[in-house]
Design a protein around this ligand. Structure first.
Ligand code: THU
Length: 120
């Protein structure tokens, strides 16, 4: 699968000298463009950015705000997006946004049900 291949490729740029856990992500926009990202760590931990958020923030800062799917590849077989990344996804994506992890496929609604909303 092309999107997962790009996530695996992006993992090579991971800057993870503290956890030694490499992650790559590839985010597909609704008009077919792919933005990749890797995790970028910090010695003081809190500034660490996950691969998924790197990909999202790259895309958003380039003017893209409509997304179809993301593929995530970590050093484990199934590297699921963390809660913070799921929350970022819910800011920009519909409930049917697709998340590929290993050989599995989910929707955002499956991985983040009952998400916070100011109007509910
Ligand atoms: N990490 C990601 O990049 N994405 C995930 O979905 C889970 C965790 C990163 C953060 C940190 O650099 C390393 O993995 C270990 O927690």
């Amino acid at each position: 699968m092309e999107l997962m291949d790009k996530a695996i490729e992006a993992k090579k740029n991971s800057y993870s000298p503290y956890s030694h856990f490499k992650v790559g992500a590839a985010l597909l926009t609704k008009d077919g463009k792919i933005f990749t990202g890797c995790n970028i760590e910090s010695v003081s931990h809190t500034p660490t950015c996950c691969a998924e958020r790197t990909a999202f923030f790259k895309a958003i800062s380039e003017g893209y705000k409509e997304f179809e799917a993301i593929a995530v590849s970590g050093d484990t077989e199934y590297c699921y997006p963390c809660g913070v990344c799921r929350q970022v996804m819910s800011e920009f994506c519909d409930k049917d946004f697709k998340i590929y992890v290993g050989d599995k496929e989910y929707t955002l609604d499956e991985l983040l049900p009952y998400s916070f909303d100011l109007e509910k």
